[in-house]
Design a protein around this ligand. Structure first.
Ligand code: SF4
Length: 439
């Protein structure tokens, strides 16, 4: 086997991403010292960061902190601290890393993390959020606001669902006015929503570049680099500027016919988050085979924009509510996730699907066995199912994982050589679970 190619994307995007993320940590550190800007703890999936932006509050994302700890090999100590406190081995490891951070005072950059001025539980999809945020509020003494977002039970949210969320957003405005000491600035809110719309447009264009062959970037591993600014800076001019630079760079690369690899051998779709404590090792296992991700469900946890959804400054409250209800992968049902993957396979022209089962994540991982069955039988696409964890380094078996990945590509290669790239799909129509992109 040839030596591992160096595939990590390191253009201006990488440098700018680092600067932006450090700047975010500096704002958090500043807030830890003075309580200003107001730090608000919230989740990535289906959030209302635009509303916080209207108050110049700083978002404090425990998931981003947890993954930054894991990728820097610092997650085990806080996880063990949380387990000593009584958290079970199969609790979400993100939760344990976050709680352990408070207990041990560990942060990804060594700076301070503020005690949140508000714990805002934007509950979409994963019910772990509720207990996690209740515990954070109890541990820090911060006030808790539970923003209840109904699970998407039909193709589209009902007007009553939208109204239900919008009313809660108005309640939240009153709370943010009190905690920040500022009057709600509606125009500033609209500007934040407009920035989000522009960021979504640019991010969507980037993701659609991966339809080309070769793909100019890896829509799983490189997409993760872009996801930090996507979440932290979505409703800001810095976010717009970052994604303008990113699109320009990747477009130039695509126009020159340059891909992640000189020769792109396999095109993949990834389901599930990566094992962050072994991120580089895991990536290299695919790089060995010059296998490029052209799409991933994980990169849609913050929003499903490549299919057309956008925030709308003309209806800021309603569009924030619609985003929370319908336009993030975690609040949708499994059939919709199947369909999302099937569209990636067809429209982004993939050779196979990698399903990464995360031991401690019930939301993303429960039911992936059935998903595999569906993708293999109904879609007729080769799949690989591997298991570890997104945060806990104790669940990564390197040799075993590599063996399975190598065996998968050997089979794919053989199938390509013999001209049979996909197993025969089952006869009959697919279940009717088309993604419905809302106006
Ligand atoms: S989605 Fe998974 S990783 Fe995220 S909070 Fe829920 S259980 Fe934890």
């Amino acid at each position: 086997m040839s030596p591992t190619p160096n595939t990590e994307y390191r253009g201006n995007i990488h440098q700018r991403q680092k600067e932006l993320m450090l700047k975010w940590y500096e704002r958090l550190d500043e807030s830890a010292g003075s309580g200003r800007p107001l730090p608000v703890s919230l989740m990535i999936s289906g959030n209302c960061v635009e509303l916080l932006e209207a108050f110049e509050a700083v978002p404090l994302y425990p998931e981003v902190n947890a993954l930054q700890l894991a990728i820097r090999h610092q997650s085990l100590e806080p996880i063990l601290a949380a387990e000593e406190l009584g958290y079970a081995a199969d609790n979400c490891a993100y939760v344990k890393a976050d709680i352990g951070c408070y207990l041990k005072g560990i942060t990804p950059t060594g700076g301070r993390l503020p005690v949140p001025g508000l714990v805002l539980c934007n509950f979409v999809g994963c019910n772990t959020y509720i207990k996690w945020f209740e515990h954070t509020a109890a541990l820090t003494g911060a006030p808790l606001f539970m923003l209840d977002v109904p699970f998407l039970r039909t193709d589209e949210p009902s007007p009553a669902d939208v109204d239900y969320v919008v009313r809660q957003l108005h309640e939240l405005v009153a709370i943010l006015e009190r905690l920040s000491g500022r009057k709600f600035d509606y125009e500033r809110f609209q500007r934040a929503v407009e920035c989000s719309r522009q960021v979504e447009e640019l991010w969507s264009a980037i993701k659609n570049l991966a339809r080309r062959s070769p793909s100019p970037f890896d829509a799983y591993f490189d997409a993760i680099t872009l996801m930090g600014p996507l979440y932290v800076y979505r409703g800001t001019p810095e976010g717009v500027e970052f994604f303008e630079i990113a699109l320009r760079e990747l477009k130039e690369k695509a126009e020159q016919g340059l891909g992640v690899y000189e020769q792109e051998r396999f095109r993949l779709v990834f389901e599930g988050p990566p094992p962050y404590p072994y991120f580089r090792t895991f990536r290299d296992m695919f790089a060995q085979w010059k296998a490029c991700a052209v799409a991933s469900t994980y990169s849609t946890v913050g929003g499903l924009w490549e299919f057309g959804a956008r925030h709308d400054p003309a209806k800021p409250f309603e569009s924030v509510a619609l985003h929370m209800l319908a336009q993030n992968v975690t609040n949708r049902n499994y059939l919709q996730r199947y369909d999302q993957i099937a569209r990636y396979v067809d429209e982004w022209d993939a050779d196979g699907v990698i399903i990464h089962f995360v031991k401690s994540c019930r939301l993303f991982s429960a039911g992936q066995g059935d998903m595999r069955e569906y993708l293999t039988r109904t879609i007729g696409v080769p799949t690989l199912y591997i298991e570890s964890d997104l945060e806990d380094p104790r669940y990564f078996a390197e040799a075993q994982t590599k063996n399975r990945i190598d065996a998968f590509f050997e089979a794919l290669e053989h199938a390509k050589l013999t001209g049979r790239t996909r197993p025969a799909a089952q006869e009959g129509p697919r279940p009717d679970a088309r993604l419905r992109v809302l106006p």
